[in-house]
Design a protein. Sequence first.
Length: 252
Amino acid sequence: MGRDSVAIVLGRAGSKGVPGKNTRMLAGKPCAAWTIEHAMQTAGVRLVAVSTDSPQLQTMASALGAHVVDRPAELANDSATVDDAARHALRAIKDEHPWTADADTPVLVLYANVPVRPTDLCERALARLGESQCDSVQSYERVGKHHPWWMVRLDEEAGCLTPWEGEVLNHGVHRRQDLPPAYLPDGGVIAVTRRALMLEIDGVEPGPHAFFGADRRGIVSEPGTVVDIDEEADFVRAEALLAGQRVSEKVT
């Protein structure tokens, strides 16, 4: 499986879209528990650290056996970035777990509000990171009818349409089957080397995605196999999928 890896689960207390979503009950357990347990069951993960400012989530994570990182307020607001929070967590655990300070340590960055993932998703990301010796691997979902070629600019007052790009509406394509493959990050997993996360890769331009490094790669999730909770409807989808999984497990 390669080097031991650390999984950092990120979960803020606040959320404007779905308040309290990380600790809200979902299919019999707190939403974030699904991600923590997924990380703990991933082959190659030696340590799971949960970075949060939520006392409730801290208590729950500790009970599950995760290392808890108390996230400061400045890294728990709407303007805080994922990579800043992950870097803070890595620095916070290095004294107790010095092996995590190695520049090539694989790091899984997982969102606490993603309760549904394929069981092998993180293992696939770690495998690609190790085999390719790249800087980062992110999971993507194939885009269907929401393809960028079918997007338009709309004047809401007059109702006039213009192509989002190019000169021809819909790029002249009217059947979904004729669209070229396109992919969108699904929030399932980000796997990076510690070196990349800590912005130590030469030649990478500064910016919000600099922590992905220079050599960035992806893996594909089947549509609907990752659920990122951003709105109430996502809770309904996740509840149905997780309930279905439990029924399948009982039958098996």
